[in-house]
Design a protein. Sequence first.
Lengths: 268, 242
Amino acid sequence: MIEIHNIHKTFNGVKVLNGISGNFESGKMNMLLGASGTGKSVLLKCIVGLVKPDLGSITYDGRIFANNKLDIKQEIRRKIGMLFQGSALFDSMTVNENVEFPLRMLSDMSKNDRLDRVQFCLKRVGLENAGNKMPSELSGGMKKRVGIARAIAPNCTYLFCDEPNSGLDPLTAITIDELIKEITLEYNITTIVVTHDMNSVLEYGDNVMFLYKGHKLWEGHSSTIMDTNVKELNDFIFSNRLMRDAKKVDEIEAEERQEDEQRHEEQR
Amino acid sequence: MKTFGAFLLFLSSLVKRGESPRILLNRTIDEAILIGIDSVFIVAVVSTFIGAVTCVQISYNLTNALIPRSTIGFMVREMTILELAPTITSIVLAGKVGSSIAGGLGTMRITEQVDALEVMGINSSSYLVLPKIMAAFLVFPMLVIVSMFLSILGGYLAGSLSGALSGQEYITGLRSDFIPYNITFALIKSVVFAFLVASISSYQGYFTEGGALEVGRASTKAVTNSVIAILIADFVCAQLLL
């Protein structure tokens, strides 16, 4: 489990994060939801240590991360896997080398063991035949899958995904979301996903934290997100026509159910 | 001053929690091949023609009948070893290698590849930049030696083909009053220039922020700043070492 407490961050006098606290459970898809520019990615970067928070604490399974000694931070970092928005694959390396890279740098595994692990990870994401390709030869969805393979290669305990389905077609986006969910459950990983895709949240999310202008406005299970009274969250959820129409249909169905129940009661 | 301070901090970060010597060695060899092999052609072309032009122009200016023609060979050698080979080669490499280093690191930065290294717990500056600087230390003096040889050869060919002086006169000039320390001086300069080009270009690329436009700007700044630094260092070296 990852716990964050009272995280503050300011850039050039602009407050980006304002006292964010919360828990991210293991074996769950923890979603960080919010519109663009609300501080989701900055919060994620604070959690993984790419950005130093001005104030606040971050603990990984009870171990303090931010402001701790470098060797302890390094030890925790070796359990972290991250999928970046643009995949961040190393251009000069093949897919095999990309996935092998963290194993080569951070483990004492023999060459054969490393290659076995690479093959296993690529097979897990359905890319066992793409090992010799260069990142420039891959589609957006394939890059994301290689990114996931690289993230899970060193047996990570914590997985962070920064907008994993941005820039992908709906079908590929679903594939990526499904893959992240499956891996989270399979290895009991603490997964945090930054997203503004309501489909991901409703279909695959467990715990959801909604950020708005650097503040946490709502936190709860994804199944209860549609029933919230928080205006900003409602505005966000129902900002597109599809969701508004779905809401209308829901309301009409609810009214019909209510009328049916009343009719049944009157007949009795 | 703030930028200079940031540059010094950047340099100190290269040696803090560095990678294992085996990884460093492998990366240095890879970078040396990239910097060296790719630059041999341009260095060869520039050096040969600079030597040739130097010979022709000295010959044009040397009109006094009392001065022997072999002086042309002597002057080409001195100018090549002391100034043209180390400085011009380094300026050419600042354009080619410097922009490539800054562009490569800048692209890695904006596509989050540097962040990916940091998340894995790898010191990205040490992993990416230190091998480039060490490779430059290794390759620049080698290229300067190649440049010296080809520049002097260029002078010989130009002198012989244009009829400015005979090959024998040229070689006589080359062999007269040779001071071996000049070679040492040129190699010391090449190491200093190697450090300046690799470190300044890496600094510009490593701290790139934004998009493709900023990567282009970083490359331009890397070349401009490296060339200025080379010329200042050239003067300082001449003052201190000669």
